[in-house]
Write a protein that binds this ligand. Structure first.
Ligand code: PEP
Ligand code: MG
Length: 574
């Protein structure tokens, strides 16, 4: 019988297909003994191999702004999977106890959990979640038949939640859409689904009770509606939506060569957040003004050794060459917090890593490391326009320290006979509230600024950006965030200092009117949504938005901000 369920649309797109229900993974395995020990060990090792291969394939497919964040989960899980302690322990349990591989996994999980729960360090304690994920993956692989993996192509996954590390894998397996009972539209999984164009509906609380394996579903990732056993009218609507989406894609493609110009004729600069070759090529092809954010830490995340000056120089130079004369903004290392590396640079025992030795703090505490990176960037400046962007600045001292080090590096490189650009603009990420509030004290030492809303939101609202459980609490649509953005943009505007926003909000077409009203004229965003943002800009009347900015700044809660956004939306001219 037809049933309509409502969730929250988290990634647009419409899908029609059969449901594949995945119940929450609980490792409730009963004790079971086996007779053929070697066959059981072989079965376990084969499952581990499958998991390792899957993670490897997913890792390779990742690129773009989220590659590091999702990659980190995978890297950590790959490390756990290779941990000799874990593997030896499992083999030993099967050999000595003659336990089934499933039960050995359960025993080993409980042993490790006991060690973790006894730890003082809250961060380490929380790592048990990662162990659970890895053990859960092995357990699932033990029971997976080939048909399970292949069969999921063309189906709609219905589950309690999905991890960011799964999203790319599901898309690669041909899953058409995902419906989750929990989750939030602001989670990293949702951001990733949007950038991969995988329709996603989250918060469909009744999904697991009301949907069974094999039910036919129509999923609308825009409105968040899920229809079980659709009727003729639902199918007609789905077809109409698909036609609309196709038409929209064609229209978007026409904008590849059009300017990002508002209806009243103001040009807005769209830069790209780009790290991989593919991103750079796409940014170039879509007519991005340049690269507004190149996250250098990805060079450090996949290796055991710190990349030397030559290796870094080659990477930065190739990036600059790839953008053929358009400006490239290279951000200095933002390691730390959840961006842990394998090189040992990031402290592993910080009680509160998000507030710890991260970004420029880490760089300044390791002068030789920082100098090597600056030398590599400065040398790349000989190949095209380069700007240097410093992450996690909290105040004036850090900006002055970086400025002094940069000046010394430039002088030394010139003395050593290297070609160096005449001027390399220095900028700061404004993503720590203290930097936003004390900006007038140090903006004179900068050539540009870029607002990192991903972190600014988490630090202003005290809401962890990686904690999906916080749901809508982590949102840029908060009056305090908007007023702070306005203050930063105003300070920069008075001094004629270019200011961009490079957090995820800049890639959300729905937020374009809001950012324009606040005075923003430069966006830096992942190429995946650049055309949608360009279209949204072309639909805006900047004069009207600016006139309505006071109303926006008077909003007292998220609801009022959303109502403002609704009121200013103009019918599309496309
Ligand atoms: C930000 O914080 O908004 C940002 C762009 O940097 P990252 O997401 O790399 O922390
Ligand atoms: Mg940041």
């Amino acid at each position: 019988m037809r049933l309509q369920l409502s969730g929250h649309g988290a990634s647009r797109g419409s899908a029609l297909g059969r449901a594949r229900v995945r119940l929450p993974h609980v490792l409730e395995v009963v004790e079971e003994r086996i007779t053929d020990v070697e066959a059981e060990i072989a079965r376990l090792h084969a499952a581990i191999l499958v998991v390792r291969d899957e993670m490897h394939v997913t890792r390779r497919r990742l690129h773009g702004a989220l590659a590091q964040e999702v990659g980190e989960f995978l890297d950590l899980h790959a490390l756990l999977l290779d941990d000799p302690e874990l593997l030896r322990g499992l083999d030993a349990l099967i050999r000595t106890g003659r336990y089934s591989a499933d039960y050995a996994l359960r025993l080993q999980r409980d042993r490790i959990a006991n060690v973790f729960t006894g730890m003082d360090d809250a961060y380490l304690r929380s790592r048990i979640d990662d162990i659970d994920q890895v053990i859960g993956r092995i357990h699932a692989a033990l029971h997976r038949r080939d048909a399970d993996v292949q069969g999921i192509a063309g189906e709609i996954l219905v589950t309690d939640n999905i991890a960011p590390s799964e999203v790319a894998q599901l898309q690669a397996q041909g899953v058409m859409a995902v419906v989750t009972a929990g989750g939030s539209a602001l989670s990293h999984s949702a951001i990733l689904a949007r950038s991969l164009h995988l329709p996603l509906v989250v918060g469909t609380t009744l999904a697991l009770q009301k949907i069974n394996d094999g039910d036919v579903l129509v999923v609308d990732g825009g409105t968040g509606l899920v229809v079980r056993e659709p009727e003729a009218s639902d199918l007609r609507e789905h077809r109409a939506r698909m036609r609309d989406l196709k038409r929209e894609r064609r229209q978007l493609n026409r904008l590849r060569r059009e300017p990002s110009r508002t209806r009243d004729g103001i040009d807005i600069r769209l830069y790209a957040n780009a790290e991989s070759r593919e991103d750079v090529a796409e940014a170039h092809a879509l007519g991005a003004a340049g690269v507004g954010l190149y996250r250098t830490e990805f060079l450090f995340l996949n290796t055991d050794a710190v990349p030397d000056e030559e290796a870094q120089f080659r990477a930065y130079r190739d990036l600059v060459l790839g953008m053929t004369g358009r400006t490239v903004t290279i951000r200095t290392l933002d390691l730390g917090a959840d961006k842990a590396d394998r090189t040992g640079l990031v402290l592993g025992n910080e009680p509160n890593p998000a507030l710890g030795l991260r970004g420029v703090r880490l760089s300044l505490s390791r002068p030789a490391l920082f100098e090597t990176q600056l030398r590599a960037i400065v040398r790349a400046s000989a190949y095209g326009p380069v700007r240097i962007l410093v992450p996690m600045v909290s105040g004036r001292e850090e900006v002055l320290a970086v400025g002094a080090l940069l000046a010394r590096v430039v002088t030394e490189l010139r003395a050593q006979g290297h070609a160096v650009a005449e001027h390399i603009p220095l900028g700061a990420m404004i993503e720590v509230p203290s930097a936003a509030l004390s900006l007038p004290d140090f903006i004179g030492a900068l050539d540009f600024i870029s607002i990192g809303t991903n972190d600014l939101v988490q630090y202003v609202l005290a809401a962890d950006r990686n904690n999906d459980a916080l749901g809508p609490l982590y949102s840029p649509l908060h009056p305090a965030v908007l007023r702070l953005l306005r203050a930063v943009i105003t300070v920069a505007g008075r001094r004629n200092i270019p200011v961009a926003v490079c957090g995820e909000i800049a890639g959300d077409p729905a937020c374009v009117p809001l950012l324009l009203a606040l005075g923003l004229q430069e966006f830096s965003l992942h190429p995946a949504t650049l055309l949608e943002v360009r279209r949204a800009i072309r639909d805006c009347d900047l004069g009207m938005l600016r006139a309505r900015a006071p109303q926006l700044l008077r909003a007292r809660d998220r609801g009022a901000i959303e109502r403002w956004l609704h009121r200013v939306r103009l019918p599309s001219t496309q």
